[in-house]
Design a protein around this ligand. Sequence first.
Ligand code: NAP
Length: 264
Amino acid sequence: MLNQILAILIITLSCISCTSTTVNLNPNSPTVLITGANRGLGLEFSRQYAASGWNVIASCRNPRSATNLHNLTKKYPQVAIEKLDVTSDRQVNTLAQKYHSQPIDILLNNAGIYGTLEKQTLGSFDFEELKKVFDINTIGSLRVSQAFLDNVLLSDQKKIISLGGGMGTQSIGRLFGGHYFMKMSKAAHLMAMGVMQTDLKNTELQIVMISPGRVDTQLMRDSGWSGPSISAEQSAQLVIEQIAALKPDMNGRLILYNGTVIPW
Ligand SMILES: NC(=O)c1ccc[n+]([C@@H]2O[C@H](COP(=O)([O-])OP(=O)(O)OC[C@H]3O[C@@H](n4cnc5c(N)ncnc54)[C@H](OP(=O)(O)O)[C@@H]3O)[C@@H](O)[C@H]2O)c1
C-alpha cells in the first residue's frame, strides 16, 4: 500500500515538474516571453535570444513533449519552459500571476495556425474552423498582450511584437484570392495592435507586427506554399535584428523582416 502511494506521489510530482520549469531569471539580463516556443520560429527565437544571454520564458501548449526546448535548457539555464495555450483565459492568467512584477522587455506573440486550406476556400467555408483560427491568431495574441502589458511597461525595452505575414496582412490594395481565415485573423489582430498602440501612445511602449517572410515550417506547409522559402534560423535572425532596431514610425504598423513598412 505504501509503495503504491509512493509511486502515485512520484508520478504526480514528475508530471508537475515537466509541465513547467522553475528558473531564476537573471535580473541583469533582458527578458523575452515567447508563445508557441516549442517548434518552428518560436523555437528558433528561443534559441537565438538564449544564445545572446537573454532570459527566455518559452511558453508552449505541451511542455511535456517539448523535447527541443528541454534540450535548450541544458545549454542555457536561463530558459524557463511554461505551459500556455493562448486560447485559455485560465492558463494565461495563471502565468501572468506567476510572473507578476517581472519586467518583460519583449512579448513575442508567435503562436499561430494557418487553418485547413480547404475549409477557408469559397464554396466550402467551415465557420467552426474560422472560429478556431481567430481564437488562436487574433484573440489569443490579444489576450496574452493584455495579460502581460504591465510586465512589458515595467521593462527597459517595452516592446510587444506580433508575427504577421504576407498572406495574412498583405496590403488591402494588393489582395490575391483565397486563404480567407488566415488573412482575416492576422488583419484583425493588426487592427487590435494598432488600437492598443493608440490607447497607449503616452507610454514608451512599441507595438509592431512583423512579417517573417515565407519560412520553412509546418505552418508554411499547411498554407500549401511550395515555392522558395527561408529557414526558421535565418528568419528569426532577421526578425530579431528588426526588433532591436525598431524606429518610432514603425509603431502600430506592419513591417517586413527587412524593415520595410507595409502600407495597409
Ligand atoms: N512560416 C511562415 O512562412 C510564416 C509566414 C508568416 C507568418 N508566420 C507566423 O509565424 C508564427 C509562427 O509560425 P511558424 O511558421 O513557426 O509555425 P509552426 O511551426 O506551425 O508553429 C506554430 C506554433 O504555434 C503554436 N500554437 C498553435 N496553437 C496554439 C495555442 N492555442 N496556444 C499556444 N501555442 C499554439 C504551435 O504549438 P503546437 O506544437 O502545440 O501546435 C507551434 O509552436 C505564426 O504566428 C505565423 O502566423 C509564419
